[in-house]
Design a protein around this ligand. Structure first.
Ligand code: FAD
Length: 271
């Protein structure tokens, strides 16, 4: 009988052009730390791979489900189900399938991810593999059980990304990725690791950021993921609007249930 292995596997989806960058140092720190912790670590180095961010019909190697009208989401689902995805996507799907922990390492670009990483979301988080509407979304997404964490750098300082800072609360900035992308597919979404402003920080501060990341990863297993409003609080019969009983239950709570489902209330002061 084959020996059962309990070895954990991590995938780092890394989006930076420059091996001497601070993002590269964060990626290397994660590789070293996770390897020491006994993980098998794979890296998708998107720029080095020449990953194509465009969602096009070149993603499919077999006949299209509807050659008269390209509906990308239907076609990629069809290609996934018929094993006719192109090799680039297949390789990423296989790496993601094997991973228990997925780290997205990137510099913030325009309050979001670089285009190359957005392209990875667009092409790899496939209907039928990552989610299936309407039954397998959010709490029931098909990637349920996997943990995901955004590790990003910014130019802006921590004060700029506070609720009183000029750039606004970073939890709001990251909500579309945390909830609209990762939670939608069922991931347990960990709090982000934000290394603020490495380019305007002294060397000692940058070293501290790398150490903090390594220590965070050492304790990650014990951390609880972010909490979101549970999916069964929304009524599928009414196009997933929040159920009245949930709103009533929240009536005496002064704090917003989540960033997006704020019900006009304050966000928690806890990060
Ligand atoms: C198109 C675009 C849009 C952008 N949009 C935003 C935005 O919306 N909001 C925002 O805040 N920023 C934005 N930025 C800025 C961007 O987020 C930062 O430039 C980036 O996060 C900095 O990270 P880096 O890895 O590129 O830093 P780097 O410039 O590569 O590195 C910073 C410093 O760390 C040093 N370093 C490297 N390795 C180590 C190591 N091992 N130990 C110690 N030091 C090391 C480097 O030598 C360098 O001095 C944008 C940038 C672009 C290009």
């Amino acid at each position: 009988m084959a020996k059962q292995t309990t070895q954990k596997s991590a995938l780092i989806v890394y989006a930076h052009q420059e091996p001497k960058s601070f993002n590269a140092a964060l990626k290397d720190t994660a590789v070293d730390t996770l390897t020491k912790l006994g993980y098998t670590v794979h890296v998708s180095d998107l720029y080095a791979q020449g990953f194509d961010p465009r969602a096009t019909k070149d993603d499919f190697t077999g006949p299209l489900a509807n050659p008269d009208h390209l509906q990308y989401q239907n076609e990629i689902k069809h290609a996934y189900e018929h094993s006719t995805l192109n090799d680039e996507i297949k390789a990423e799907v296989n790496k993601l399938r094997r991973a228990d922990l997925i780290i997205f390492q990137f510099p913030m670009y325009w309050f979001s991810v670089p285009a190359i990483l957005k392209g990875w979301f667009d092409r790899v988080l496939i209907a039928g593999f990552a989610f299936a509407f309407p039954n397998n979304i959010f709490d029931n997404g098909l990637l349920k059980g996997k943990r995901a964490i955004l590790s990003l750098t910014t130019s802006g300082s921590e004060t700029m990304y506070s609720d009183r800072g000029i750039s606004g609360d970073i939890r709001v900035t990251l909500w579309p990725i945390h909830y609209g992308t990762l939670r939608f597919c069922g991931f347990d979404v960990m709090q982000p690791q934000v290394s603020f402003s490495p380019g305007f920080s002294p060397e000692s501060k940058r070293k501290e950021m790398l150490d903090n990341w390594s220590k965070r990863l050492e304790g990650l297993q014990k951390e609880a993921p972010q909490s979101f409003v549970s999916t069964d609080s929304f009524d599928p019969q009414k196009w997933f609007v929040m159920k009245d009983e949930f709103i009533e239950k929240e009536a005496d709570n002064n704090i917003a249930p989540s960033v997006g489902h704020h019900l006009g209330k304050k966000l928690s002061s806890k990060k």
